[in-house]
Design a protein around this ligand. Structure first.
Ligand code: NAG
Length: 340
C-alpha cells in the first residue's frame, strides 16, 4: 500500500513538473512586424505561428485584417496604440473610446489580449501623454469588465536610461523621471509590467569593449560583477539596469516584460549572420523558458518577445530590416525551436 502511495506521489510530481515547465513556454512570444511590402497574407501568418508553436505575438499596431485572421486561433495577441494618436487621445477621451471599440471590443472574446502598449518608445517626447491615455483606457476596461488586458508602454533601454553601467546604477533621465513615476505608480496599482526594448546587439555594436560571447549568452564565467551580483550575459545586465531605474523611483513593485529583443542576420556588419542570430535566440528562448528570472530578481519570471517573424523591407535601412526568423516564403532563415 505504501508502495502504491509512493508511486502515485511520484507520478503526481512528474505531472506537476511537466505542467510547470510547459507554463514557462507561455512567457515567450514573437513580434509580428508588418512594415514590409512583400509579406504573406494574414491567414498564412496564422498558419506559420501554428506550425512553429508560436503562442503569443505582438503587433506594433493593430491591423483589422490581421486581427480577423487570428480569431479563434488560440494565439495570444498584444498590440499598441500608434504614437501619433497619443497627443490627441490624452485630452480627448472619446478618441480612446473609439479605438477601444474598434480594436478591443470586437476581439476580446476571439483571442486573449495580453498587452495594449500605450506608446512605442514614445518616452522621452510623449511621456506627458502616456498616463492620461492609460487612465482613460483602464476606465473602459473596467466598465466592460475586461480584467485580462494589461496596459503598458514600451520604453527603449537607450532612450529612457541616463545611467546604465553597472546595472545597479540604472536610472531614468531626470527629464522623464516625474512622468515615469506617475506611469510606474499606475502600473504597480494595476499589476502591469513595464515593457522594455532590449537589444544587446546594438550595445555590442555601438558601445565597444563588449565581447561577442557576452552579448550572445555564450560566456561561462561572469563578465560583470556588480556588488554581490554576477552577470554572465549582456541581456541580463541591460534588463537589470531598467529594474534598478524602476526601483529608484520607489513607487512600488513593477516587473519588466521584454517587448522586443533579437539579433539581425543581415545589414552591414560581420556579426549579423544567421548562425549568430540562431545562437542568440536559442539561448534567449532557454533563458525565458527556464523561468529563472535575472540575478537581481531571481524569482521573478521574465516574459519576452523575439524580434521578429519576418524581415521588414519598409523599416529604416540597416539592421532594422534584418531581424526576421523567416523569409517571405515562410521558410526558416535558421533553425529555432520555440518549444523547450
Ligand atoms: C561560444 O563559445 C565557444 C567557446 O568559447 C566557442 O567555441 C563558440 O564558437 C561560441 N559560439 C559562437 C556562436 O560564437
Amino acid at each position: 500500500m505504501a508502495k502504491l502511495a509512493q508511486i502515485i506521489f511520484l507520478m503526481a510530481s512528474i505531472i506537476m513538473a511537466a505542467t510547470i515547465v510547459r507554463a514557462y513556454n507561455v512567457l515567450l512570444g514573437v513580434c509580428l512586424g508588418l512594415s514590409g511590402d512583400n509579406l504573406p497574407p494574414p491567414w498564412k501568418m496564422v498558419q506559420l505561428c501554428k506550425k512553429y508553436s508560436i503562442r503569443r505575438i505582438r503587433l506594433d499596431e493593430p491591423n483589422i485584417d490581421v486581427l480577423n485572421a487570428f480569431r479563434g486561433a488560440e494565439i495570444d495577441l498584444s498590440f499598441g496604440i500608434p504614437n501619433d494618436m497619443l497627443t490627441d487621445m490624452a485630452t480627448n477621451k472619446a478618441l480612446v473610446e473609439e479605438w477601444f471599440n474598434t480594436y478591443i471590443k470586437p476581439f476580446v472574446n476571439e483571442f486573449k489580449i495580453n498587452y495594449v502598449i500605450v506608446g512605442d518608445k514614445a518616452i522621452p517626447g510623449l511621456d506627458i501623454c502616456i498616463l492620461p491615455v492609460m487612465m482613460s483606457f483602464q476606465d473602459l476596461l473596467n466598465a466592460n469588465y475586461i480584467g485580462q488586458v494589461k496596459l503598458t508602454t514600451l520604453v527603449g533601454y537607450n532612450a529612457a536610461l541616463a545611467y546604465k553601467d553597472p546595472p545597479s546604477s540604472g536610472a531614468f533621465h531626470p527629464t522623464i523621471s516625474e512622468n515615469m513615476r506617475g506611469i510606474l505608480k499606475f502600473l504597480s496599482e494595476e499589476g502591469s509590467p513595464l515593457m522594455v526594448s532590449v537589444f544587446p546587439y546594438r550595445k555590442y555594436m555601438f558601445d565597444g569593449g563588449i565581447s561577442l560571447n557576452y552579448a550572445i549568452f555564450n560566456e561561462t564565467e561572469p563578465v560583470v560583477r556588480d556588488g554581490e551580483l554576477n552577470y554572465y550575459n549582456l541581456f541580463d545586465a541591460m534588463v537589470e539596469a531598467v529594474y534598478a531605474a524602476i526601483d529608484k523611483e520607489a513607487v512600488g513593485d513593477v516587473t519588466v516584460v521584454v517587448g522586443e529583443t533579437g539579433w539581425p542576420t543581415c545589414g552591414s556588419d560581420d556579426d549579423a549572420t544567421p548562425a549568430i542570430a540562431e545562437e542568440y535566440n536559442k539561448k534567449f528562448v532557454s533563458h525565458i523558458c527556464s523561468g529563472k528570472g535575472t540575478p537581481r530578481k531571481p524569482n521573478v519570471f521574465l516574459e519576452g518577445f523575439i524580434q521578429s517573424i519576418f524581415n521588414e523591407d519598409e523599416k529604416p535601412q540597416g539592421d532594422s530590416q534584418c531581424y526576421g526568423m523567416f523569409d517571405i516564403n515562410m521558410n526558416p532563415i535558421y533553425s529555432l525551436s520555440l518549444v523547450q
